[in-house]
Design a protein around this ligand. Structure first.
Ligand SMILES: [Zn+2]
Length: 310
């Protein structure tokens, strides 16, 4: 049931951020109960909750697949949902004491202090959130100060695909001399942040680039097409409120619909939407990969380096 192909990617995390931000920004974190010590490692649960309790949430942001909770006093929490993490808002209709299965963290937020909210009544009352995570891979990491936050992401994440610096030229420079397949390059979070297995397949198909092509051997035109294709695939995912793969849920426990719009991902044996040829499944970089080899011609010379990734 669960495979490595199920992790929420940028559109799924952005969907959660977009829904949650107006509900939590401006509220004070009154109480944080971390029920699973694995979530806060290397800090003990109380060390993390003590650092955050009593602070107002100034902003809920995102970097790559991380949700970034920024609290007053320049204190930040970098949260990663990993494979099965989800955040549920007011579980049990807001009645306290009712936890959904696999609850790992409970959060109680005070009333919102900022005005001009569409629902004033809701803003005036406290709210509850829970983080559920059946497989327990999700994490929350405390970062004290903007510099620590920047350093944390600088060590882990590359280009942010929805930012201005995401250009074909920038990608081409990052990939110069690299023999790894372009799909492995796209999946490497230290190169491009937020793209996972679904959106890599969709973007490569849109750009007509074969996933096995060595990253250092794409033409300038291919980089330009791929840059546009990554952005288009991610935006289509965000517009559909993400894809539903196994455990992904948004904060109301609802699932997105992007899986109905996949062009090639998980469509082995079906006709290519562009040429009608058959979509085939192969393994690239250890991941199930879907491709139309008519629209995405195989690289002519397959080097030993590319083969070693198969
Ligand atoms: Zn095709």
């Amino acid at each position: 049931m669960h495979t490595l192909d199920t992790m929420p990617e940028l559109p799924e995390v952005e969907t959660i951020r977009g829904q949650l931000a107006p509900l939590v920004e401006g509220r004070t974190l009154r109480r944080m109960e971390i029920l699973d010590a694995r979530w806060s490692r290397p800090l003990a649960p109380e060390e993390l909750s003590d650092a955050l309790e009593g602070r107002r949430i100034e902003r809920l942001g995102r970097r790559g697949k991380y949700l970034v909770w920024s609290f007053e006093g320049d204190v930040h929490l970098a949260q990663h949902l990993r494979m099965t993490g989800a955040i549920l808002f007011e579980p049990g209709g807001g009645r306290s004491g009712i936890d959904p299965p696999h609850t790992r963290v409970r959060l109680e937020l005070g009333p919102a202090r900022r005005g001009s909210r569409p629902d004033r009544e809701a803003a005036r009352r406290a709210v509850r959130l829970v983080i559920v995570d059946p497989r327990r891979f999700g994490t929350g990491e405390l970062l004290l100060g903007s510099e620590a936050l920047e350093a944390f992401f600088a060590a882990r994440l590359g280009l942010e695909p929805l930012d201005e610096g995401f250009t074909g030229e920038h990608l081409r420079r990052l990939a110069r001399g690299r023999t790894a397949p372009i799909k492995a390059f796209l999946l490497d979070q230290r190169r491009v942040a937020g793209v996972g297995n679904i959106y890599a397949d969709e973007a490569l198909f849109r750009a007509r680039v074969h996933p096995l092509r060595p990253a250092g051997r794409l033409s300038t035109a291919q980089w330009s097409a791929l840059r546009d294709a990554v952005m288009a695939a991610l935006q289509a995912g965000i517009d559909a409120r993400g894809a539903t793969i196994d455990d992904f849920r948004d904060i109301d426990g609802v699932s997105g619909s992007f899986q109905d719009q996949f062009l090639v991902h998980r469509r082995a044996g079906e006709p290519c939407p562009r040429c009608g040829g058959e979509i085939v499944k192969m393994v690239v970089g250890g991941r199930g990969t879907y491709v139309c080899e008519t629209c995405q011609p195989r690289p002519r010379r397959r080097g030993a380096a590319a083969r070693s990734y198969l």
